[in-house]
Design a binder for this molecule. Structure first.
Ligand SMILES: [Mg+2]
Length: 217
């Protein structure tokens, strides 16, 4: 099997689709957030990715490489998305650029590293651990899958496994008491509700997966 290459266009197309995904799931994500938070998660993500989508034609021209694109997108989310998720997803995308300076294209192995750098940035910023009932509960199980990836493995299958583990991680937040964020003060009343950030996390990576499936390999 030929090496799968992710070019700048792959990321641009993914960001376009992310805007549509956020729009389609706006009410669902806000509903989850309203159960145990302030109910703005879906709206925040929609505003953020809509702005990214609006600026994409300019970014496509003005960014020299994938690293620059990821940094710019992260900065837009950081400045446009309110709540806790803006800084977290902003950091996630910005720090994806850490190990890919000047790259016009990345291998799937490098993409796995991008995800790792993004997740580590979220952890650093949010200070959440596993089982705190946050997006980390989805992001970390996904990372475990991508860390196992080796040259020769099927990238689509690997990312599909990653998203599947993320979904399970999100399911796992339902019975938990929150140890971070707004839902913390609810104590046991948070039990029985899914963390909204864990849901949007796997949904975002699922968009990366759906775009990966469209690439020739
Ligand atoms: Mg909120």
């Amino acid at each position: 099997m030929a090496q799968l290459i992710l070019d700048k266009n792959y990321f641009i197309e993914t960001f376009k689709q992310l805007a549509l995904m956020a729009e389609e799931n706006r009410d669902h994500l806000s509903k989850l957030d309203s159960d145990i938070g302030d109910g703005d998660h879906g709206i925040n993500l929609t505003i953020g990715f809509r702005e990214v989508s609006k600026q994409l034609p300019t970014l496509e021209q003005s960014t020299a490489d994938i690293a620059e694109l990821m940094k710019k997108v992260g900065m837009i989310l950081l400045s446009k998305v309110g709540g806790a998720s803006g800084p977290l997803y902003g950091s996630f995308f910005m720090k994806m650029a850490t190990h890919i300076a000047n790259k016009q294209q990345v291998t799937f192995k490098e993409f796995c590293q991008m995800y790792q750098d993004g997740v580590e940035a979220v952890q650093l910023r949010g200070k959440a651990e596993l089982d705190d009932k946050t997006m980390i509960d989805a992001l970390l199980p996904g990372l475990e899958v991508l860390k196992q990836y080796q040259e020769g493995d099927d990238p689509v299958q690997t990312l599909a496994n990653c998203v599947a583990e993320m979904k399970k991680g999100s399911d796992h937040t339902i019975p938990l008491i929150a140890k971070k964020g707004r839902s913390m003060r609810l104590g046991e009343r948070a039990i029985g509700h899914r963390d909204a950030g864990s849901e949007s996390s796997w949904m975002i990576m699922d968009v990366f997966l759906q775009q990966l499936k469209k690439l020739p390999n």
